[in-house]
Ligand binder design. Structure first.
Ligand SMILES: [Zn+2]
Length: 237
């Protein structure tokens, strides 16, 4: 009977092949999005928790409880390819594979985190409609399931029509713009430890805006997690 189901599965895969988004090889039944071989080959940071580069980015700007970062993103290479598949080639399963892998790594090295709730950097409704999903949710969902920590989507809201902030200087932004993010129901999250997740941290501008909105919640603890950080030299370990 078991053999029969294996044959049926093989036949099904013949017509509906599943391939690794990185190397193109067939995926085993237990694999999703990216094969184990490619996952193992991803360059990850030596210190996932309170990484020096993350500390540098947010120094004097945000007081995070914990700062997590998982992968090192070089100018070209597997991490950049994976994120490109996730964001622009409509492959949400790549995000799921990375989130699952990250959760296992955190568990092995640090044990279960003590976050009460997980949230992600929201997209504007227009952008979410265009992409079909928020790529950060794809990464966060398997992590939330792994530890049974709720992933909540309506904590932060991005005001309609707010533009991307990354190209403007920090000073100009602070002087001319109001924060595009706001907390929908701050009372509900009082005294909670919130983990805010993003796909890539570069200047930290967006995460800082989220922080400024979230820190208004009474007695809140805030931690941040970015799947990848760009590296431009070998000093980043
Ligand atoms: Zn592969």
């Amino acid at each position: 009977m078991q053999k029969m189901s294996q044959y049926l599965f093989a036949l099904f895969r013949l017509f509906y092949p599943r391939n690794c988004a990185q190397c193109g090889w067939d995926l085993y039944q237990h694999e999703e999005g990216i094969c184990m071989r490619c996952l193992h080959a991803l360059p990850h940071t030596l210190m996932m928790l309170n990484h020096l580069q993350m500390k540098k980015i947010f120094f004097g700007r945000c007081s995070w409880e914990e700062q997590w970062v998982f992968l090192k993103m070089e100018k070209s290479g597997p991490v950049r390819d994976a994120l490109h598949s996730l964001k622009y080639r409509h492959q949400p399963q790549v995000g799921a594979a990375l989130g699952k892998w990250w959760a296992q790594k955190i568990e092995w090295q640090y044990g279960r985190p003590n976050w009460d709730v997980m949230i992600t950097v929201p997209l504007t409704p227009e952008k979410k409609r265009k992409r079909g999903y928020n790529q950060c949710d794809c990464i966060a969902r398997p992590m939330s399931e792994h530890w049974n920590i709720p992933l909540v989507q309506d904590v932060l809201m991005k005001r309609k029509g707010s533009k991307s902030q990354t190209l403007k200087s920090r000073i100009l932004r602070n002087a001319t713009e109001q924060n595009p993010f706001e907390v929908v129901d701050p009372k509900r999250w009082e005294g909670k430890h919130i983990l805010l997740l993003d796909d890539v941290v570069t200047t930290g501008a967006t995460l800082e805006q989220c922080y400024k909105a979230l820190v208004q919640i009474k007695n809140v603890q805030l931690s941040v997690a970015a799947l990848a950080i760009p590296v431009h030299n070998r000093l980043v370990i």
